[in-house]
Design a protein around this ligand. Structure first.
Ligand SMILES: *Cc1c(COP(=O)(O)O)cnc(C)c1O
Length: 361
């Protein structure tokens, strides 16, 4: 049961997470390197990684040294690969936590290989974000044999569009791979969307992220994930607003007739975005009700005139209630933001509640 002291929380269905991972692995036909960066897209990296251990993943992907240290402290022993370039000042910390860097800069590579510890070569084939350009791989020919990379990878910029850009990036990747003195055993490119659209991977492992967390890339994928995350908040105040009175800051909502307004214990400082002011939809007892007025830092008002409810009742801002459901994609769409941004924006002050994964093991 949800304790009454909790004003708002994120609920994470670890069974659904596992089933999404199993579905993706089966479709890809290769082991996974689940991306658990940004605290597993806001859902809690340690619990998520521990649950995904059951799928025997190749390793885990992160973006900061601290994220890797957290996983190590929690007892994760598989390879942890950091997909943001790290600077030499971070090398000691990476070595201590046994974090495998992805590098593309010659000076960084020269510096790292002194350690003789494994690393991966990042090749940029069009994202223009990180890694050695696919046209410049030759320039590393002398340094690569000194400590050959354990793996090599690239990243698609538009996999979710399922368009010709992916083929072009793979053509560039193939050309770059042909220039390596030795082709590493581990070669990877597919993110979740690439697997969703294409199925069987050409590469050694796949790097899904948001699919595991219940969000599809859309655009008619071949496989669809189960929802994983729900966002819930309690009604903490309830009042009748006379016709003509306004609600919240700047008086952007005016009651047309007498309205019943409930206040939820959640606001933009929790990650319920201000862009949802006067536009968001919330489920109360399985029925859709609108956000009334501006979302404030710690509280959000909704119009519950048509839905009997009381203080302490639970409202669902993302997820299922009764026969209805608000998906991450739908709420993000209303806020005109990406589902990734909405999920990773759910702030640390929201407690995480995990529905057990035992049933799915
Ligand atoms: C975040 C990330 C992924 C996962 O992307 P999704 O779109 O969430 O599947 C894969 N590879 C790299 C390098 C990433 O940074």
């Amino acid at each position: 049961m949800h304790s009454l002291i909790t004003r708002a929380w994120v609920e994470i269905d670890l069974g659904a997470l596992l089933r999404n991972g199993a579905k993706m692995a089966a479709h890809a036909g290769v082991p996974l390197l689940p991306m658990v960066k940004a605290d597993a897209y806001g859902l809690g990296a340690v619990r998520v990684a521990r649950a995904l251990e059951q799928l025997d993943p190749w390793g885990f992907g992160i973006a900061t040294i601290a994220e890797g240290e957290e996983l190590r402290a929690a007892g994760i022993t598989r390879p942890i690969v950091i997909f943001t370039p790290i600077l030499p000042a971070d090398f000691d910390a990476a070595l201590r936590a046994d974090i495998m860097p992805t590098l593309g800069d010659r000076a960084s590579i020269e510096h790292w290989i002194v350690s003789k510890r494994p690393w991966q070569l990042a090749i940029d084939t069009g994202m223009n974000r990180a890694g050695v350009s696919w046209t410049d791989v030759d320039s590393l020919r002398d340094v690569l044999p000194l400590c050959p990379p354990a793996g090599v990878y690239t990243h698609f910029h538009s996999a979710e569009l399922n368009d010709a850009s992916r083929d072009e990036q793979e053509r560039r990747f193939d050309a770059a791979l042909a220039k390596l003195p030795v082709r590493p055993a581990l070669v990877h490119a597919d993110n979740g969307a690439a697997v969703e659209h294409r199925g069987h991977s050409r590469w050694s492992i796949a790097r899904p992220g948001v699919f595991l967390y219940g969000v599809s890339s859309g655009h008619s994928p071949q496989i669809v994930p189960e929802p994983v995350a729900s966002l819930r908040a309690r009604i903490v105040d309830l009042h009748t607003v006379p016709s003509g009175d306004s609600v919240s800051y700047d008086a952007t909502y005016t009651a047309s007739g007498e309205r019943r307004i409930a206040t939820l214990g959640i606001g933009y400082a929790d990650g319920y975005r201000r862009a949802l002011s006067n536009r968001g939809i919330v489920l109360v007892h399985g029925r859709r009700v609108p956000v009334a007025g501006l979302v404030t830092m710690d509280m959000t008002m909704i119009d519950v005139t048509d839905v009997p409810c009381g203080i302490g009742d639970v409202a669902t801002l993302i997820g299922a209630d009764g026969n209805d459901r608000l998906t991450v994609a739908e709420v993000a769409g209303v806020a005109e933001m990406s589902p990734y941004e909405l999920l990773t924006g759910l702030r640390g002050r929201l407690p995480r509640r995990y529905l057990d994964d035992e049933a799915a093991a």
